[in-house]
Design a protein around this ligand. Sequence first.
Ligand SMILES: [Zn+2]
Length: 219
Amino acid sequence: MTEAERWPRSVGGHIALDFVNTDIVAEADRSTDVLRSAGEFLAWCAYAGLAAGEAGPNGLSHDQSRRLLATAAVLRAAVRAVVEAVAEHRDADRDALSTLRSATADAVARAVPVLVEGRIVWSWEPTADAPVWKLATAATDLLRGGPTERLKICPGCGFVFLDATKNGSRRWCSMEDCGTQEKMRRYVTKRARQRTDTHATSASASASTSTRTSDSLEP
Ligand SMILES: [Zn+2]
């Protein structure tokens, strides 16, 4: 299995959205969740481009692993709640907003600010917690700075993503997955309708023939 096959599809167009999508993909089977163990979570973070830090899962105590997973799960649920609310143009849950605020405040409190090309960028010591802080600030940056009008939910699988098309026409998480499935579904429906129409036409044709036959038998 390749790395890409091992993890939920990265189609969000933003790290915070890909993180939310790990929750959506694991809803049916929590044993597949990237948050099922600290090792799995940190491996996903490394795959997603968030350096997992030097304190890998082997360097974490049982309690530290549990705390890391709990913090990540709370953050993910909050980001998901807010992102879905924004994509559906409705109010977000106040608790979710507060959770996101707290997680971001924690992250910033531990950050080392550095100037990169004239802008302040938060960076963190490479600890196991660093990916969670990066995810929290990334989510807040997106939800504060946008482009939130580009946030969408795939009608096929529920994945959230940023529509980066020029005319805002992206509907699916990806054409290869839900887009193709939808095309297949439409094709099957169309074929079924065509078959029904053909049957109906031949049935009415034979009905009119039999009518004519009976007509001709009439005195
Ligand atoms: Zn989809």
